[in-house]
Ligand binder design. Structure first.
Ligand SMILES: Cc1cc2nc3c(=O)[nH]c(=O)nc-3n(C[C@H](O)[C@H](O)[C@H](O)COP(=O)(O)OP(=O)(O)OC[C@H]3O[C@@H](n4cnc5c(N)ncnc54)[C@H](O)[C@@H]3O)c2cc1C
Length: 471
């Protein structure tokens, strides 16, 4: 962009009542990198509105000047969706100052919050009223509700409570022309036309900016127990899940899986983490049981009695011990990030196909990419694996990254062969945009582009994310 145009845009933005405007490189740089530092962009400015009216003014200004808007919450996304393009023609719209809890209705079991509220703050606000907001992920101390809804985040409680979409009753959105749509209905039933709320959820900032949401709350669990169950294979992990779910039904509130290599990595990087197994087993299932009264331990022990060979299972009931077990699972992403580059796959499969998929993928990756260390974990009960790869210690990082396309093709071809999805919960962003588009039917592609052009006719909302730019 020409220097004079850039200066003129900034002068105009300064008079547009959009909230704070950051332009100094030192201030803007953190907003231009993604969490993994895999993408780096440029922007005319970072705008930090503090009210919905300021968000509307900012988007209206962008529409008037044909400037692209990249909405950003906690910037913990893993698909590059919140990073502006490198050409410097966008503004980053950081929603973090839009962080008020607007209303809690404990009788209706709802909470209305602004988009920039950090997820853990929403959980705390609900707990303060004796209610439970179950969405939970390892990034919950930094990610925002707006980002959670924009990516339809899953996390560890999706097995029992569903993904972010299932927990959202209504949204307030600033549309691509700067209008405000107040869709904050605190209703569990509402069949009054096309479901606009569901159009914006999962759209990764490409259709509008979510400024607030009304979320469904649940009763606080009365009692909880966590079990770590060692198993020899993912197939065996699936059998364990099947038995636990059959016995516990909705009392099984989480069922995760992690490979022994992931556990060893976490133990090596975070010495304070206690791993209650020596030697570390090939795989471990983490099962969480929640009950309304104090029976969680009895329930989990009863269910475990149906699993042959579950003698080495470790069960915790005290809050501190349960948190220590969860820490092993939740620190995997950070541990992997600390040992160099990673090639990640966020895949969903029918639960019945997980075992066969994993054993075929493991053998094929080991054969074709011997310098790769496979780091597999995920949300077993949702059929969602993070089939991640790191370099073996002797492998040069650049040589490793050159394997990206080959590894993606190997893993994703196998996912498709089992009727799976290459984007389970992290969204498409730029990371999976082109590959997802390649495998869309012409009908699906036409419908997707029709929605985009109807809601964002100028193409200014997070362009180049989710859908490839059209010529
Ligand atoms: C350690 C770690 C663990 C994670 N675990 C999980 C997990 O278990 N499950 C899971 O689903 N994800 C997980 N993630 C990914 C990430 O935390 C989620 O995608 C989260 O929902 C992103 O929220 P955010 O506020 O950081 O969004 P950002 O990263 O800021 O943005 C993500 C996308 O949403 C858009 N966006 C953000 N805010 C808005 C808004 N208000 N209106 C419109 N669009 C908006 C952005 O443009 C971008 O496309 C994890 C990430 C990390 C770093």
């Amino acid at each position: 962009m020409a220097e004079a145009t850039h200066r003129a845009l900034l002068a105009s933005l300064a008079t547009a009542s959009v909230g704070r405007v950051l332009t100094d490189t030192g201030d803007t740089d953190p907003f231009l990198w993604d969490w993994r530092r895999q993408w780096h962009g440029a922007a005319i400015a970072v705008v930090q509105p503090g009210t919905t009216a300021e968000v509307a003014a900012a988007v209206r200004w962008c529409a008037d000047h044909r400037v692209a808007v990249v909405a950003q919450g906690g910037n913990t996304g893993l698909s590059g969706g919140a990073t502006p393009s490198a050409d410097g023609t966008s503004i980053v719209l950081s929603l973090k100052r839009l962080n008020r809890i607007r209303h809690i209705d404990p009788v209706n079991n709802t909470i209305t919050v602004e988009a920039g509220c950090v997820l853990s703050a929403v959980q705390d606000a609900a707990r303060g009223e004796g209610r439970y907001f179950p969405l939970s992920l390892a990034a919950e101390g930094s990610c925002t509700i707006g980002g959670n809804l924009a990516t339809n985040a899953g996390g560890t409680a999706a097995l029992r409570y569903g993904s972010a979409r299932a927990l959202c009753l209504g949204v307030e959105v600033v549309t691509a022309d700067g209008s405000v749509w107040d869709g904050l209905k605190p209703l569990r039933k509402d069949n009054s036309g096309y479901d606009l709320r569901d159009v914006f959820i999962g759209s990764e900032g490409t259709l509008g900016v979510i400024t607030a949401a009304t979320l469904a709350l649940h009763p606080l669990p009365g009692d909880q127990a966590v079990a770590l169950i060692p198993v020899d294979s993912l197939d065996e992990a699936v059998s364990v899940f099947h038995v636990l779910q059959g016995r516990l039904d909705q009392q099984l509130t989480a069922c995760e899986v992690m490979s022994g290599d992931c556990i060893k990595l976490v133990a090596g990087r975070f010495p304070s983490v206690h791993v209650p197994f020596a030697p570390v087993p090939a795989w471990v299932v983490l099962a969480e049981v929640s009950t309304s009264s104090s029976q969680a331990e009895a329930c989990v022990l009863d269910a475990l009695s149906l699993i042959p060979g579950a003698d080495n299972t470790v069960v915790a009931t005290a809050s501190q011990d349960r948190s220590a077990m969860w820490a092993i699972r939740e620190l995997i992403s950070e541990a992997q990030a600390s040992v160099g580059p990673a090639i990640k796959h966020d895949v969903a499969l029918p639960i019945s196909a997980l075992g066969a998929f994993a054993s075929q993928a493991e053998a094929a990756v080991a054969l074709d990419f011997p310098e790769v260390r496979q780091m597999v974990f995920g949300h077993l009960g949702d059929g969602n694996l993070h089939y991640n790869c790191s370099p073996q210690p002797q492998c040069d990082p650049q040589r490793f990254l050159a394997m990206t396309n080959g590894l993606n093709a190997l893993v994703h071809d196998l996912v498709r062969a089992y009727s799976g999805s290459i984007s389970a919960e992290h969204g498409l962003g730029v990371l999976r945009r082109d590959e997802a588009d390649l495998h869309r039917s012409p009908v699906e592609r036409r419908l997707m582009h029709s929605i985009k052009s109807a809601l964002d006719p100028q193409g200014i909302m997070n362009p180049g994310k989710v859908l490839p730019l059209q010529a």
